[in-house]
Design a protein around this ligand. Structure first.
Ligand code: UD1
Ligand code: UDP
Length: 386
């Protein structure tokens, strides 16, 4: 059999977490696939910890991260680096995930080499090019180039169909973020950083916070942090845990507003294992993250999303997620209603994950096998279960 070389490109914390189940599944079939793992290292520490968790070694590492890097410099470094690798390695397919600059430029470099592209988490759209920025456009560019669209949900498939994507190239697989959770969340998990044990031992309700989006930098992010501050003061018995993204632009906003409060712990980004296991024990989540919005529903934890629009409407429709925007007053008032009203809280605490069932990577690899003619299996689409 003619072994196919699959180049899997990743570079940041979220695309690596969600690509890990794909890499691990591909590696199960050495007689069919040679897996080339290519880290752009758009992120450094936040990427390395994910690779450690999944015990993935990169075949290539472009090591491009620089402090406060601009989108243009990222783009230039990624395309130059991948161009060289694709010239040497001549892969049969390039896989990219999600919506980062690594994703978009990874697909573009593959296109220039006329290599087929598989896009994991295809079809998420807000139809607003400024929100999320630059991710909405990253996804669209990737979508134009992609040959196999792995849509996580039926909603994402619908968006692709509206863009006249050939239906025979779209597959609803579920999101690999749920596969990754099943690999990492454990009942008796032991945290690797002592502060998490001490927070859990206080036996208070934990409120988990993350923020990093570019379109929220500056005043919007300030508003959200001020709302968190007011909530921490109003509810001294709640324990706020905020692992702060390593981006200095984010840290410059968060620390001055929240660092002096006794029930707010500002900590370094958590390793993925610690993060999802503390998430499993949380009472409420505030986030502007894409991935966290998809993980919270797995545990039935209400999530207030600090964004004006989301390309992930499914959990909003199921009721576990509410979009609260960036307005300080609105965030504060919505959170108060939720914290003070048990019925309201219970209505949101809905442990149905519309994004996946843990089998996304298996479905995806079956489809890739069909694409290369290794098999001809009918692959059932992912359907969420109530
Ligand atoms: C990137 C992605 C965003 C994704 C986010 C996940 C783009 C344009 N943005 O945003 O879609 O949601 O990752 O976190 O692709 N830094 C470190 N160490 C790290 C990682 C980042 O110091 O391990 C700092 C550096 O100063 C770096 C800065 O953060 O310049 C920004 O990193 P960058 O990847 O450009 O953007 P993010 O905001 O992380
Ligand atoms: N995450 C993590 N440590 C943290 C915060 C988040 O490992 O301190 C994980 C989280 O479980 C999720 C992913 O990072 O899977 C989300 O990444 P991020 O919010 O940076 O990016 P986005 O999903 O918004 O693109």
């Amino acid at each position: 059999m003619n072994i196919k070389k699959i180049a899997v490109v990743f570079g940041t914390r979220p695309d690596t977490i969600k690509m890990a189940p794909i890499i691990l599944e591909l590696q199960k079939y050495p007689e069919q696939f040679e897996v080339l793992t290519i880290a752009t290292a758009q992120h450094r520490q936040m990427l390395d910890q994910v690779l450690d968790v999944f015990e993935i070694k990169s075949s290539y590492d472009l090591d491009i991260m620089a402090p406060k890097q601009t989108l243009s410099s990222l783009t230039a470094k990624i395309i130059t680096g991948l161009d060289e690798i694709f010239t040497i390695e001549k892969p049969d397919m390039v896989m990219v995930q999600g919506d980062t600059t690594t994703t978009c430029i990874g697909s573009l470099a593959a296109f220039y080499h006329q290599i087929p592209v598989g896009h994991i988490e295809a079809g998420l759209r807000t139809n607003d090019k400024a929100n999320p920025f630059p991710e909405e456009i990253n996804r669209r560019i990737t979508g134009c180039i992609t040959d196999l669209h792995f849509a996580p949900t039926a909603t994402a498939k619908k968006s692709l169909l509206l863009e006249n994507v050939n239906p025979s190239t779209i597959f609803v697989t579920g999101n690999t973020v749920v596969d990754a959770l099943e690999y990492t969340v454990r009942e008796n998990y032991k945290f690797s950083v002592p502060i998490l044990d001490s927070i859990v031992n206080k036996k208070r309700k934990i409120v988990l916070v993350t923020m990093h989006r570019r379109e929220n930098w500056g005043l919007p992010m300030e508003g959200a942090n001020k709302a968190i501050r007011r909530l921490a003061i109003k509810y001294p018995d709640l324990e706020f845990l905020f692992p702060v993204h390593l981006n200095p632009i984010v840290r410059e906003v968060v620390y001055p507003i929240l660092q002096d409060l006794p029930n707010v712990s500002l900590i370094e980004p958590l390793d993925y294992l610690d993060f999802v296991n503390i998430m499993a024990k949380s009472f409420l989540i505030f986030t502007d993250s894409g991935g966290v919005q998809e993980e919270g529903p797995h545990f039935g934890i209400p999530i207030l999303v600090l964004r004006s629009v989301t390309e992930r409407p499914d959990a909003v429709n199921y009721g576990t997620v509410k979009l609260v925007g960036l307005d300080e007053e609105n965030i504060f008032n919505t959170a108060v209603k939720l914290i003070d009203n048990k019925a309201e809280y219970n209505k949101m605490a809905n442990a149905i994950n519309p994004y996946g069932d843990g089998l996304s990577a298996i479905r995806t690899i079956k489809i890739i096998k069909n694409y290369f003619g290794f098999s001809n299996e009918v692959v059932e689409e992912f359907v969420p279960h109530k």
